[in-house]
Write a protein that binds this ligand. Structure first.
Ligand SMILES: [Zn+2]
Length: 409
């Protein structure tokens, strides 16, 4: 596999500057397109699955993290607090405390549960500069996060549904888990002390994993401080594993924040909190996508989806017209004219672009294009309208296929 740091810079997706600081990458225009497209895919998948999106600030008062337990269990990963007019504010290490407060701000009936609250938001981790690099170890993280507030009886179904969202997203992204891991607490004081809570949460996740039919391994010392989790592991170019997606069961923070819902009996009950992330942070997800695909991202994610190649200057007007029609069909297209070199050189320069549309005199006269696919296939000249419709449909369906194979023959 490729190193995403090298390839990401070559492709103009992201970069860093020592003056901004280690672990604080910025996204270049093509990288921003990839990120935006990925975020919109996730938000749409979540909307369809019944999630509601919120925004919350990246800062909070120190007391918030004392209450959530981060201060006593997680402070070595947190940025030092900032003194501000007699109080201390902290860059948040996770979104959960904010979401717990948003839940708590309104009264809830059991009829509203499961309440699925999602946010693709920023959080910060005080990584040491020695371990920083590219997009995989960063200090500013943008997490595809969600918290599901539900009854205990609903928790297993919600965890199962989250695993299914992860499975579908991996299909659209063309990535595969290295393995599933049931992450359990280990020795030491990193974990909240409540053996009964750990037992119930672990039994719940074990049941979900056993029922889902996936092969998994249990690993001690990998749980969150507040509860066990299912981690979906992926491998990087050096074979190192990292957690991309996760589903966690948490009885601790609902207790800490005194979260309640009114049950059918008219009295207050404690909800369970399920933390889940479909693709983890956008940083790590894009790093993995670059490495897994060697920069040849699925067509729906590619910064440029079609490059239009007029054979000579005479076809430049038709090529420019095709670019405009692509935009109308939601296809990101660019023209690479004869001033960029021979046709062969332009084809090679666009080797990572999913679709290359060649227009010569014959195609220009008949409103056709000769399509080359990134995988080397060349199609007979097709009507432009048909090409746009078929590519637009594949992109709209988040397909990893470059062409609908039935009709390729
Ligand atoms: Zn959380």
């Amino acid at each position: 596999m490729h190193d995403h740091r090298k390839l990401g810079r070559e492709l103009g997706l992201f970069d860093t500057d020592p003056l901004i600081g280690a672990g604080l990458p910025y996204w270049l225009p093509d990288g921003a397109i990839v990120r935006h497209t990925l975020e919109e895919y996730i938000r749409d998948a979540e909307r369809r699955a019944g999630y509601r999106h919120v925004y919350s600030p990246v800062l909070g008062k120190r007391e918030l993290y004392e209450l959530s337990g981060h201060w006593s269990h997680y402070s070595e990963d947190m940025f030092p607090p900032m003194d501000l007019g007699g109080e201390q504010v902290v860059l948040r290490p996770s979104l959960c405390p904010h979401h717990a407060l948003i839940y708590r701000s309104r009264a809830h009936s059991y009829r509203e549960l499961p309440l699925r609250m999602a946010e693709l938001g920023g959080m910060y981790r005080a990584e040491l500069s020695g371990v920083l690099g590219g997009l995989t170890r960063v200090r500013a993280i943008h997490l595809n996060d969600a918290h599901i507030f539900c009854t205990f009886d609903q928790a297993a179904d919600e965890a199962r549904a989250a695993l299914e969202l992860i499975r579908r997203a991996y299909g659209a992204l063309g990535i595969r888990p290295a393995r599933y891991r049931l992450s359990l607490p280990g020795a030491g004081g990193k974990y909240v002390a409540d053996p009964g809570m750990w037992q119930r949460a672990t039994a719940l996740l074990t049941g979900v994993l056993d029922g889902s039919g996936v092969v998994y391994e249990a690993a001690e010392g990998e749980a969150a401080f507040y509860g066990p989790k299912i981690d979906v592991q992926v491998a990087d170019s050096a074979g190192r594993e990292a957690t991309l997606s996760t589903v966690q069961v948490d009885f601790h923070q609902p207790e800490q924040f005194d979260l309640r819902y009114v049950g059918p009996d008219g009295t207050g009950h404690r909800p369970v909190m399920i933390h889940r992330s479909i693709i983890g942070s956008v940083e790590r997800a894009v790093a993995h996508l670059i490495e897994r695909h060697g920069g040849a991202l699925p067509a729906w994610l590619a910064p440029t989806q079609m490059v239009v190649l007029p054979i000579s200057d005479a076809e430049v007007p038709q090529a420019a017209d095709l670019v405009r029609r692509c935009v109308d069909h939601g296809i990101r297209a660019e023209i690479a004219g004869p001033e960029h070199g021979s046709l062969g050189a332009r084809v090679r320069a666009a080797r990572l672009v999913p679709y290359q549309a060649v227009i010569g005199a014959r195609e220009a006269a008949a409103d056709r294009v000769a399509l080359r696919l990134r995988d080397g296939h060349r199609l007979d000249a097709l009507h432009t309208a048909e090409v746009l419709t078929r590519i637009g449909a594949l992109i709209g369906a988040h397909s990893t296929d470059l062409w609908d194979t039935d009709s390729r023959a």
